[in-house]
Design a protein around this ligand. Structure first.
Ligand code: GYE
Length: 385
């Protein structure tokens, strides 16, 4: 059902299910022998904040509930970014339901609370504990070489989910995630078409509430959107890090409202930041969205985000797909059967949503045809997360 409204990113054959590069990888030499519950218990590198991740529990709870690891379960260590957004909650739930006991997995889940050092430590612990597979959603792109070499030496396949990692490609088995630059480009191209449709040809003042600095979602969305800022001579007033949280979005919007009198567009790099920005705009008595003075653009297109689009508070929302775990499971099954992934990089399909049909379709400067889906009750109902 998730794929129901997806646009196809042409040329599809090069993007889905697997794209480029494929290489052989080292299989883990032997399955892990018995891993005691006590050992798994120590998988709490990232602290107890994990308990609050979308109602999920931390790795220690998973491990303790299994009391002993049976050899026929595949053990997976997952170092998740944190619990900063609705998107993250959906991603966590996708992994937890895919890699459940019933499906044959023993998942050690660690919520890293957006702390890079803790995430490195969690991965190192997984290596020491000799899990069968390691899944990482990297908080930031850099700093991974040493620990991934350790995983490679231990023969543990590393699967990267969502955000990208900047390392030699021999250091991980596969990556499944989104094309963040394409998301930013879609947003820029939509804005261009929207301004044209509204006949707004004077100076366009934009502020961006960016996501966590150094994360590939922030890097890609910024790069993609800012191409359009440059090409169209828009005025980018400011660009500050809201850390992908509602609180961050609100604080930054409040400060922008103090610094800048004339804002035409607010670009929020995720839905939760948009919720915070909306609160700040409301408090300042500004009008925004469908019939307002300020255009709001967001990314993720979660259910809560799309609710705001339907109500007209957010003008356009560019989807980022958090349900990537089943793709990882396919890869794990292939490896387990003695095979290897068809390709090292897998992009998930994504759609674009708007509050009205001012712009129903457009072409990006990069040549991609995009159709905007106007959010109604049916669209909302189909959006599970
Ligand atoms: O957009 C944001 C989350 O990495 C794509 O992280 C993800 C981003 C997502 O916190 O909501």
């Amino acid at each position: 059902p998730f794929f129901f409204l997806m646009i196809r990113r042409p040329p599809r054959s090069t993007l889905f299910p697997y794209t480029t590069l494929f290489r052989s990888m080292r299989m883990k030499k032997a399955l892990v022998a018995t891993l005691t519950a006590a050992m798994v218990f120590s998988l709490t590198a990232c602290g107890s904040s994990g308990e609050s991740a979308g109602g999920s529990s931390s790795g220690s709870k998973d491990a303790s509930s299994s009391s002993s690891k049976s050899d026929d379960l595949i053990s997976i260590g997952f170092a998740q970014v944190g619990h900063e957004s609705d998107w993250r909650t959906a991603s966590t739930e996708s992994c937890r339901s895919t890699f459940s006991k019933e499906n044959g997995y023993n998942l050690s889940f660690v919520d890293c609370d957006n702390k890079s050092a803790d995430q490195l430590e969690a991965v190192r612990n997984f290596v020491e504990q000799e899990v069968d597979y390691i899944i990482i959603d990297p908080i930031v792109e850099t700093g991974w070489d040493t620990v991934l070499k350790e995983a490679k030496d231990a023969g543990i396949p590393v699967l990267v989910i969502d955000r990208n990692i900047k390392v030699d490609e021999s250091l991980y088995t596969a990556w499944v995630g989104s094309d963040f630059t394409a998301e930013g480009e879609s947003a820029g191209a939509w804005l261009k078409a929207y301004l044209e449709a509204k006949k707004k040809t004077d100076k366009v003042n934009i502020v961006t509430i960016a996501g966590t600095n150094g994360s590939s979602a922030q890097i890609g969305r910024t790069k993609g959107f800012n191409k359009y800022v440059k090409a169209n001579g828009w005025n980018l007033l400011d660009e500050q890090d809201g850390d992908f949280t509602q609180d961050g979005g609100q604080k930054i919007m409040e400060s922008y409202l103090k610094s800048y009198k004339d804002i035409d567009v607010v670009v929020c790099q995720n839905d939760n930041e948009a919720f915070g920005a909306i609160d700040a705009l409301k408090a300042a008595g500004k009008t925004y969205g469908k019939d307002g003075d300020i255009i709001i653009i967001s990314f993720d297109a979660t259910n809560a985000g799309l609710k705001n689009v339907k109500e007209g508070s957010i003008n356009a929302d560019f989807e980022c797909n958090p349900l990537a775990a089943p793709y990882l499971e396919d890869i794990i099954k292939k490896i387990k059967d003695g095979g290897k992934p068809d390709n090292q990089k897998v992009y998930v399909d994504e759609a674009c949503f708007a509050c009205d049909d001012t712009v129903s379709s457009f072409k990006t400067d990069e040549g991609k045809e995009i159709t905007m889906t106007v959010v109604d009750d049916k669209v909302l109902k189909e959006r599970a997360y």
